[in-house]
Design a protein around this ligand. Structure first.
Ligand SMILES: O=C(O)CCC(=O)C(=O)O
Ligand SMILES: [Fe+2]
Length: 289
């Protein structure tokens, strides 16, 4: 069985890892190649608390079995363990930089648990801006032109541990896919030429960049960047979380009712953090347009 242990950190010929005081250089990489890593955004104490909050918000009853994965959408709504990171000024400073304004509203958040043996995540872009019909919540929320991702792989990102991988330079409009592949009709993924049209989940792709990060490093990618994740092939359970913001002035007219958990979040977020919930849409995964 392929274990991905042999995959080394690539030398791409350009820098894509930056310290928190190198954000202008980071922007240039994000713009040129569609991704970047910001090193040591969170200290170990906060990483430890967030790991706990990922479990509590995603699998509170600890029912997830080996081989399984679970995603908690709107994870910020799960409680103080998730939203307390909004009090950590260096974290918020980076988000202000990424969005280009001081007035931020929480846009989307998620936490993911991938236990040993969990499956790979097929290649996709999160961006739904190509869709002309608005059919589900992603079509409403994932149309922005600001950076996506902003993930923390709290137990580290590396190929053997279900790490994230991106395709360099795949963030440009009308990208045609890696050599030897064709885009799916909806442009959300690609598949090898001459095979059935189905999102590819193999890792033998030109331009693939496996990311190697520590728990406190932030992975940033451009809205269109294509990415996937390796299967988790080691003993340790993979934990990851991400919180994305948008400019508060960018209002979104939501076609769904804010679910009960979202209402609970809005009622319980401490006063000094309320500004971040101004215009918050929550998400309703059942909603269909
Ligand atoms: O689990 C991962 O590593 C990738 C998740 C992802 O890309 C997504 O949720 O859109
Ligand atoms: Fe994604």
């Amino acid at each position: 069985m392929e274990d991905y242990l042999h995959i080394q950190k690539p030398d791409l010929g350009y820098r894509y890892e930056f310290a928190t005081d190198e954000l202008d250089a980071m922007d240039q990489c994000l713009e040129a190649h569609g991704f970047a890593v910001i090193k040591d955004v969170l200290p170990p104490e906060i990483v430890a608390k967030l790991k706990q909050a990922v479990w509590d918000g995603t699998d509170p009853e600890r029912t997830l079995q080996p081989g399984e994965s679970r995603t908690r959408h709107a994870w910020i709504e799960s409680g103080p363990g998730a939203w307390e990171v909004l009090d950590y000024a260096p974290f918020m400073d980076i988000h202000r930089h990424l969005i280009g304004t001081d007035e931020l509203t929480i846009h989307r958040s998620a936490a993911i648990i991938r236990r040993t043996g969990s499956a790979p995540v097929g290649w996709h872009t999160d961006w739904c801006g190509y869709a002309t019909a608005i059919k589900h919540s992603g079509d409403v929320l994932n149309r922005g032109l600001w950076p996506s991702g902003k993930w923390f792989y709290l137990t580290g990102s590396r190929p053997e541990h279900g790490g994230l991988c991106v395709i360099e330079d795949s963030h440009v409009e009308n990208w045609e896919g890696p050599e030897g592949f064709r885009m799916t009709a909806d442009r959300r993924s690609f598949y090898p030429e001459g095979t059935e049209e189905r999102a590819y989940n193999g890792f033998d792709i030109p331009g693939l960049v496996p990311l190697f990060t520590n728990g406190g490093d932030m992975i940033v990618f451009a809205h269109r960047t294509y990415h996937g994740a390796f299967p988790n092939r080691i003993e340790e359970t993979r934990l990851s979380c991400g919180i994305g913001f948008r400019a508060r002035s960018h209002r979104i007219d939501i076609p769904w009712e804010i679910p009960e958990e979202g209402q609970w979040f809005l009622a319980n977020l401490p006063d000094h953090l309320r500004g971040y919930a101004d215009g918050y849409t929550s998400i309703n995964l059942e909603w269909q347009g």
